[in-house]
Write a protein that binds this ligand. Structure first.
Ligand SMILES: [Zn+2]
Length: 258
């Protein structure tokens, strides 16, 4: 059983969110990898150089619904039912399936198709990550968009604030019973938009000064998992810090759900 860790929000220095997605039968893993290969195609010259696997653009509609639901939810109890209805219109299952079957396997599949087997170095532990405050600062400074795929990001705090307003059942983020969550316990919009910070040079390969500014990229959950501990050179993607951060009027709902 393998556990991947993404540290987004922590108490003290301890990573609080771990996702266990890998306790699947081998046949299921093989099927998922075949889906990624099909999406990538055999023509490596046509692969994205910006991210490991671009997300389906129809998911933008669910992010628009998230924005509308947030605007309604903050108006008070009389609008909560409407906000819940908008959340229920999102492509919850599709977004979860996208992550579970495709995105999180995409880095490994790219490497397999490129016939690369990089050695994992002894890197830094999650305790050596930047502070939560600095991660939020990075996400804000880099415009609340994933530096790789460009998707709109939402910090965990804002998603939790919305959850408080619409109720846990409408917007779940983990199992109440199990210590570790599986994808079925999390609403798809949470998986799709959640803001993280990625080490472009992976922590697992990390030398000195792994937390230098130019190595820290605002990143969506899917790109972070897809990239895993692989280098951008191994994955044949460009350094996202070499292109400008995307700044629009999207502020990760921090202007609506402070
Ligand atoms: Zn991304």
């Amino acid at each position: 059983m393998i556990f991947f860790h993404i540290c987004i929000v922590r108490k003290g220095c301890v990573t609080t969110d771990s996702v266990n997605f890998m306790s699947k039968p081998q046949a299921q893993i093989d099927t998922n990898k075949a889906l990624v290969r099909e999406r990538l195609t055999d023509d490596t010259t046509k692969w994205s150089r910006e991210c490991v696997l671009p997300y389906p653009k129809e998911f933008e509609q669910s992010i628009d619904l998230l924005l509308e639901a947030s605007l309604l939810a903050v108006k008070g109890k009389s609008r909560i039912t409407q906000a819940r209805q908008l959340i229920q219109q999102m492509s919850d299952v599709e977004m979860r399936t996208w992550f579970d079957a495709l995105a999180q396997n995409a880095g490994a599949v790219r490497l397999e198709m490129l016939n690369r087997k990089p050695n994992k170095s002894v890197g830094k532990s999650s305790e050596d990550r930047p502070t939560e405050k600095r991660e939020m600062q990075i996400i804000r400074e880099q415009g609340f968009h994933c530096r790789y795929c460009g998707i709109r990001l939402v910090p965990n705090k804002q998603l939790k604030n919305l959850q408080d307003l619409v109720g846990y059942e409408t917007l779940p983020n983990r199992s109440k019973k199990k210590k570790r969550m599986s994808t079925t316990d999390i609403h798809g919009i949470w998986i799709l938009t959640r803001a993280t910070v990625d080490h472009v040079e992976p922590m697992a390969m990390g030398g000195l000064d792994i937390n230098r500014d130019e190595n820290l990229a605002a990143c969506c959950w899917s790109c972070n998992y897809a990239k895993s501990w692989y280098t951008i050179e191994d994955l044949e993607i460009d350094n996202p810090m070499c292109r400008p951060a995307r700044h629009t009027d999207w502020l990760g709902l921090t202007d609506i759900l402070p």
